[in-house]
Design a protein around this ligand. Structure first.
Ligand SMILES: Cc1cc2nc3c(=O)[nH]c(=O)nc-3n(C[C@H](O)[C@H](O)[C@H](O)COP(=O)(O)OP(=O)(O)OC[C@H]3O[C@@H](n4cnc5c(N)ncnc54)[C@H](O)[C@@H]3O)c2cc1C
Length: 365
C-alpha cells in the first residue's frame, strides 16, 4: 500500500471503479483503490447486470437521470467490452393492470424511451417459450451486460495508468483529519477520500458522525448450464422475479429482495419460489435444472436514491453508495458526477442524491 495518495477510494465495486476512472480521465494521477475483498467481490459481482433504464425510468427521482445514466453507460461500453446484449425487456402485465400499463407506456415514451404493449402473436414471436395469457410492456432499448467483465476491464485500465489497487485490505478507519484511511497494513494519507463501500458504507462513515440510512437487501439468483442460443430472447420481468439468458448460454432467474441483514447464503424457500414462478412462465424449460445459485447484498438507501457527494461536516471526504437495484446502470454516471464535484467544486449531482439530505448526528448521540 502507498503511504500517500492524492485520492483514495474505499471499494472496488463498479461504483468505486467508475469513480476512479472518471478521476483518472480528468487528469488525477495519484489514485489508490482499497478493497477488503477483490475486484467486484460483493454486490457488483453478484448482480444480474441488467441495464433497464426504460423499464425503470419512472422509478427515478426524475426520468432525466435515467436518460443520463443510459448515455453514460453507452459511452463506457464503447471502450470496454462487457458482453452487452441489447435484448429488450418484457414486463408482464397482470390481470386488472392493463390501464396502468397503458399509462406506463405513455409516460415512458414521454420520458424519452421506447415502450409498447404486446400481446398474442406479437408477444409469442418476441419470446416463444413464454406462457402468459395477457399483455406485456416491451422496452426494446433495455438489455444487460456481464458486470464482472466490465469491472475487470476498468480495473486493468486503471492499473495500466498507474492507479494502485490494493486488495484484501480492510479499511478500519476513515479519519477526517488529513483525511486518511487506515488498514491493518498501515495508513494512507490523501487529499481526498471517497467511500464507495456499497452496503457497508455507513459502517465507515459513522466514525465521522454521519450515517446515511443504507443497509443490505440480499438478492438471490439461479442459473442453469449453457442452453441453446435464443432459448430466451429478452429479459422477462414476472410478478416477483426476472429471467434472461446470459451471453455465454445459461438461463438465469431471480432477483429476490430479502431483508436479512448481512446473512450470507441462499435460502431454500427463496430458491423454490423462483423455480415455481420460472416453471409457470416457461413450462418448456421445466426439466432444465438450475445448477448454480448465489446471493449478494444490494446497498439499499431508505429513500430509494443513491447518496453521492461530500460527507456533511468532513472536509475532503466523499461518498458514493446506496445504488440499490440500479448500481450497474448508475455507476458510470455516478462516477462522472462525483469526479466533477471533487475536481471542479461544482455540484452537478441531482438534489435527490446529495448526502446533505441526511443530517449529521448531534455530538454525543
Ligand atoms: C442479485 C442482485 C442482482 C442485481 N441486479 C442488478 C441489475 O440487474 N442492474 C443493476 O443496475 N444493479 C443490479 N444490482 C445492484 C448492483 O449490483 C449494486 O447496486 C452495485 O453493484 C453497487 O455497487 P457498489 O460498488 O456500490 O457496491 P459493491 O459492488 O458491493 O462494492 C463495494 C465494495 O466495498 C468493499 N468494502 C466494503 N467495506 C469495506 C472496507 N471496510 N474496507 C475495504 N473495502 C470495503 C467491498 O468488499 C466491495 O467490494 C443487483 C444486485 C444483486 C445483489
Amino acid at each position: 500500500m502507498p503511504q500517500t495518495a492524492d485520492i483514495v477510494l474505499v471499494g472496488a465495486g463498479l461504483v468505486g471503479l467508475c469513480t476512479a476512472l472518471s478521476l483518472l480521465r480528468r487528469g488525477v494521477s495519484g489514485i489508490a483503490v482499497v478493497d477488503r475483498t477483490s475486484i467486484s467481490g460483493e454486490s457488483t459481482g453478484a448482480s444480474a447486470g441488467g441495464l433497464w433504464p426504460g423499464h425503470e425510468c419512472l422509478a427515478f427521482a426524475s426520468p432525466d437521470i435515467a436518460v443520463r445514466a443510459r448515455d453514460a453507460h453507452a459511452r463506457l461500453r464503447r471502450e470496454f467490452n462487457c458482453d452487452f446484449m441489447p435484448s429488450g425487456l418484457l414486463a408482464l402485465v397482470e390481470e386488472g393492470e392493463l390501464a396502468c400499463a397503458r399509462e406506463r407506456v405513455r409516460c415512458t415514451r414521454a420520458a424519452g424511451f421506447d415502450a409498447e404493449l404486446l400481446a398474442g402473436r406479437a408477444l409469442a414471436d418476441r419470446e416463444p417459450l413464454l406462457r402468459h395469457r395477457g399483455e406485456a410492456v416491451h422496452f426494446p432499448g433495455d438489455g444487460s451486460i456481464h458486470p464482472l467483465k466490465l469491472a475487470a476491464g476498468i480495473a486493468s485500465c486503471l492499473r495500466r495508468n498507474g492507479v494502485r489497487i490494493c486488495l484484501n485490505e480492510e479499511v478500519r478507519l476513515v479519519d477526517a483529519a488529513g483525511p486518511a484511511i487506515a488498514t491493518a497494513a498501515g495508513r494512507i494519507s490523501a487529499g481526498t477520500v471517497v467511500v464507495a463501500a456499497g452496503a457497508w458504507t455507513p459502517l465507515l462513515t459513522k466514525l465521522l458522525g454521519w450515517s446515511p440510512p443504507i443497509r443490505p437487501i440480499r438478492g438471490t439468483l439461479l442459473a442453469t448450464e449453457a442452453q441453446d442460443a435464443g432459448t430466451l430472447r429478452t429479459v422477462v420481468v414476472g410478478r416477483r422475479y426476472y429471467y434472461w439468458q446470459l451471453a455465454c448460454g445459461p438461463v438465469a432467474a431471480g432477483g429476490s429482495e430479502e431483508d436479512v441483514g448481512f446473512l450470507e447464503g441462499v435460502s431454500d424457500e427463496v430458491e423454490a419460489d423462483i423455480q415455481r414462478e420460472h416453471g409457470g412462465l416457461f413450462p418448456a424449460l421445466q426439466d432444465v435444472k438450475f445448477t448454480s445459485r448465489w446471493s449478494g447484498f444490494r446497498p439499499f438507501c431508505g429513500d430509494m436514491c443513491p447518496v453521492i457527494g461530500a460527507v456533511p461536516g468532513s472536509r475532503g471526504v466523499y461518498v458514493s453508495a446506496g445504488h440499490f437495484r440500479k448500481g450497474i446502470l448508475l455507476a458510470p454516471l455516478s462516477g462522472e458526477l462525483l469526479a466533477s464535484e471533487i475536481l471542479e467544486g461544482c455540484c452537478p449531482t441531482p438534489a435527490a442524491f446529495r448526502p446533505s439530505r441526511f443530517p449529521l448526528r448531534a455530538p454525543g448521540t
